[in-house]
Design a protein around this ligand. Sequence first.
Ligand code: NAD
Length: 344
Amino acid sequence: MNNGTILVTGGTGYIGSHTVVELMQSGFEVVVVDNLDNSDACVIERIGSIVGRKPTLVVADIRDVPKVTAVLQESRVDAVIHFAGLKSVSESCTQPLRYYDVNVVGTLRLLQAMAEARVTKMVFSSSTTVYGNATAVPITEDAPLNPACPYGQTKLVAENVLRDAAGIPGSNWKFAILRYFNPVGAHESGTIGEDPRGVPTNLMPYVSQVAVGRRSKLSIWGQDYPTKDGTAIRDFIHVVDLANGHLAALRALAANGDKVLTVNLGTGRGTSVLELVSTFSEVTGVPVPYEFAARRQGDVAINFADANRALKTLGWKAELDLRAMCRDAWNWQSRNPNGYASQG
Ligand code: NAD
């Protein structure tokens, strides 16, 4: 069965690798373009052992237009899923130009290569950070867009580039802009997962690195938010659910007349930081020592998705609960205490 060939930029990264697995298991051929800036090539072998066949890896930068054009043409690519990018909110404040270069110029260059190769469909990784400090929850796709950090700005600019491209008279561009909430967890095999370099800036990898003994304790930023237990509330979504949202978006792009679909991918449920930590300990049986620290600049109190549009336009909703997210995050971390560097 071959449902078509998908070029996945950033396909050796956290969300990309899980999406490649789901694509291949659904009968797609996959070509990954990744410069390995934040990932390890061994991910390709691991995907191969889950799926029974390996995706093709082309080590290249998305800004290399001739190379990406050649890959699109030679592999007869039908659509692109564009994950490649830089994703740290805090780093984007100190290196904003690098973030604009990779996330905005990178998206422009990729579009240029797609235009040359006459590939017109793209699924794009956007983020809840485009909303900034949302004035109301749950957050709908029509909420004001007001990013509070350069990272969020780069995602919003890239979204606008796609919307403007789709508006070119007579163009055939079709885009699905997916705004992710907080992806966590790992593939159930425990062979691929999130492997941040340096100190994790996201909660779940920090929790699991404390649990596995790599870090002594977790700092919970803020215990005085106006929430039931004083800690911030987020919409955690299992990365495999998120991956499947991309397959649903591909199907919708093929079936739907809209040139641009803009959709939140979240569960629609808010979970507090303390709830996540206590569920992790309960599910895994491993204590996670923590201390409270001051609120972190830029963090909002409550953020969760209105997930109704995803159901309506993509026929997709998240299926896996917080316990599964914790179980699978721990399965990955305990089998790979040092991430991909754990392999012999
Ligand atoms: P990741 O860092 O694990 O994966 C990104 C991949 O892109 C890496 O493999 C990296 O090597 C590659 N890459 C970076 N720059 C590149 C370039 N110039 N050319 C080619 N490859 C390049 O990140 P992730 O968590 O899988 O995130 C994927 C996408 O989703 C990103 O665009 C990110 O901004 C977005 N996103 C992530 C989250 C999250 O919490 N993880 C939330 C919202 C949105």
